[in-house]
Write a protein that binds this ligand. Structure first.
Ligand code: ADP
Ligand code: MG
Length: 253
């Protein structure tokens, strides 16, 4: 068997697909530039590692189930001057995940709460963390379905494996007794084990209305706010503001 055929076969066996496709070009280039054998090998190893990392991040982002692609770079902080940009970018570094801390984005619709929650989720995926995105009603439904099918354990195992869980839009719809109890169970399970990001339009004082039970809500808030970063996001809807700017910028005829 020729050297080339054997090398390709070994690279396939060793599951090094990037080296397999890149080595002929890299070999020609390194020969031309009279680079050392070590430099050649390092260049190929770098390519393989980078490609593996890229694929792993893409896989984690897909598994997270984000409803849209949003990142911190795409967030216009000047639209919401009261938001502490530095504190938020610091959180983007992900230390809160190791400390199992939670984050709450609180504000009216359209101010960018979901955008920031997804953006922090993306950052976590980039740092090798497992993330899962739910809407509050979606999470309550997932529990209800799991209970019906006697698979709660499976759902809880799934949740336990995540490093970060995003619960979007808590408070938009009042929850029934079962949904409230399921969400309470969820927050208890995550307490000091998994970081949670919550987006909500309701100040904490109004949460009993959504959960329908003063005592349950008190216990839930106790767990959620034990180690929490709260970002209050006042202001007008960015969607509307953005629309108005675009209208202004349209050529006048
Ligand atoms: P909320 O969750 O607070 O209701 P969203 O995060 O869904 O708001 O924001 C509505 C839309 O406006 C999204 O497309 C989001 O990307 C965009 N948006 C909101 N605030 C900003 C901002 N400050 N910079 C860039 N885009 C923003
Ligand atoms: Mg939202």
């Amino acid at each position: 068997m020729s050297c080339e055929v054997l090398l390709k076969s070994h690279l396939k066996t060793l599951k090094l697909p990037t080296i397999l496709t890149e080595y002929p070009r890299a070999a020609r280039q390194c020969a031309q530039e009279e680079r050392s054998y070590e430099a050649f090998l390092l260049y190929l190893a770098d390519l393989e590692v980078a490609e593996r990392q890229r694929k792993a991040v893409a896989r984690r982002i897909k598994q997270a189930g984000f409803p849209a692609e949003k990142d911190l770079a795409g967030f216009n902080f000047s639209a919401i001057p009261r938001l502490n940009k530095k504190r938020l970018l610091d959180l983007g570094q992900g230390h809160y995940l190791a400390a199992r801390e939670c984050i709450v984005f609180l504000g009216p619709p359209g101010v960018g709460k979901t955008h920031l929650a997804i953006a922090l989720g993306h950052e976590a995926c980039r740092k090798g963390r497992r993330v899962k995105f739910f809407t509050a009603t979606g999470l309550a439904t997932a529990y209800a379905e799991a209970r019906e099918e006697r698979h709660v354990q499976r759902l809880e195992n799934h949740i336990r494996k995540a490093d970060l869980i995003i619960v979007d839009e808590l408070g938009y719809v009042p929850l029934g007794q079962n949904a409230a109890e399921n969400l309470f169970g969820f927050f208890s399970q995550c307490y000091e084990r998994t970081s949670v990001i919550v987006t909500t339009n309701l100040p904490f004082s109004e949460w009993p209305q959504v959960f329908g039970d003063e005592r349950l809500t008190g216990a839930l808030l106790d767990r959620l706010t034990h180690r929490v970063h709260v970002f209050e996001m006042p202001g007008d809807s960015y969607r509307l503001k953005d629309g108005r700017t675009q209208l202004k910028e349209m050529p006048q005829t």
